[in-house]
Write a protein that binds this ligand. Structure first.
Ligand SMILES: NC(=O)c1ccc[n+]([C@@H]2O[C@H](COP(=O)([O-])OP(=O)(O)OC[C@H]3O[C@@H](n4cnc5c(N)ncnc54)[C@H](OP(=O)(O)O)[C@@H]3O)[C@@H](O)[C@H]2O)c1
Length: 251
């Protein structure tokens, strides 16, 4: 049995990843504040290996309980591999830093950086002595490598995850049964997050027109196509440790 723990499965990329993995017959444990109708409909039609945990990962003090709930869905004796995909994310606040409220800044860092770091820490600790395939995939962004005005929080949360990936990879190389960790940018995907970006003003985000153009010219990747490509790249890069990858580099 292959297990995938995915955050942010109610919509967008996380939902598409979960559906694709369920179709392949794998066990998926999804975490988000709301449920995906698409996944629930599929599960009603076909008895899939789906567990959903309704949780707000911005409450970082409660992540130990979340991970206990996640681990209770896994049959460790039967597991051939376990993969944590840190996918949940927010692009907000989209505005210059002095206009951002403290709670908006903290929420962005809690969801995009603190939660995936804490969850990865608990994942590695729990699975330390397990001699099976273990992976952490951090869904990152080109924004973690290139600065944009109005996106100081988003860019820096993603840059932090990229450096976290590289550091943990070095740590894991020294262990007996290492967890493989990579960071993977999905390209520009037609999700609600893109809608939030397009709804921002030019004053708050000077690149907004470029993103409106992507949508108008049909150059956004569908969540389904992005999910398929991500899973393909994860397979190709199954042995990679600490790499910062972008699905656009794989034809
Ligand atoms: N779309 C793009 O073009 C693009 C480009 C580069 C990178 N990415 C990255 O890809 C990932 C997925 O983005 P997306 O475009 O699919 O975004 P999306 O459509 O806005 O979906 C975000 C997901 O994250 C979950 N989430 C947000 N806040 C949460 C919280 N507090 N607790 C639990 N779950 C939470 C949401 O679920 P609930 O609201 O139900 O909680 C939802 O399922 C993100 O990490 C994003 O940074 C996206």
């Amino acid at each position: 049995m292959k297990y995938y723990i995915i955050t942010g499965t109610s919509k967008g990329l996380g939902e598409a990843l979960a559906l694709e993995l369920l179709i392949k017959g794998h066990h998926v444990i999804g975490v988000s504040r709301s449920q995906s109708d698409k996944i629930e409909d599929r599960v009603r039609l076909k008895n899939d290996n789906w567990h959903h945990i309704t949780w707000d990962i911005s409450h970082i003090e409660k992540l130990t309980s979340l991970m206990e709930a996640v681990f209770s869905c896994i049959d460790f004796k039967q597991a051939l591999s376990i993969c944590l995909i840190n996918n949940a994310g927010v692009v907000t606040p989209v505005k210059v830093i002095e206009k951002c409220e403290d709670d908006e800044i903290m929420e962005a860092f809690n969801i995009n950086t603190m939660a995936p770091i804490l969850m990865t820490s608990k994942f590695i600790k729990k699975l330390k002595s397990l001699e099976i395939d273990k992976h952490v995939v951090n869904i990152s962004s080109g924004a973690g490598k290139h600065p944009y005005d109005g996106w100081s929080c988003y860019c820096s949360t993603k840059a932090a995850m990229d450096m976290f990936t590289r550091c943990v990879a070095l740590e894991q190389k020294k262990t007996a049964f290492p967890v493989k960790i990579i960071s993977l940018a999905p390209g520009v995907v037609d999700t609600q997050m893109q809608g939030v970006i397009r709804a921002s003003t030019k004053e708050d985000f000077s690149n907004v027109e470029r993103f409106i153009d992507y949508k108008e010219k049909g150059s956004l990747l569908s969540p389904e196509a992005a999910a398929k490509k991500i899973l393909e790249v994860m397979e190709i890069e199954a042995m990679s440790q600490g790499q910062l990858l972008d699905i656009r580099d794989y034809k």
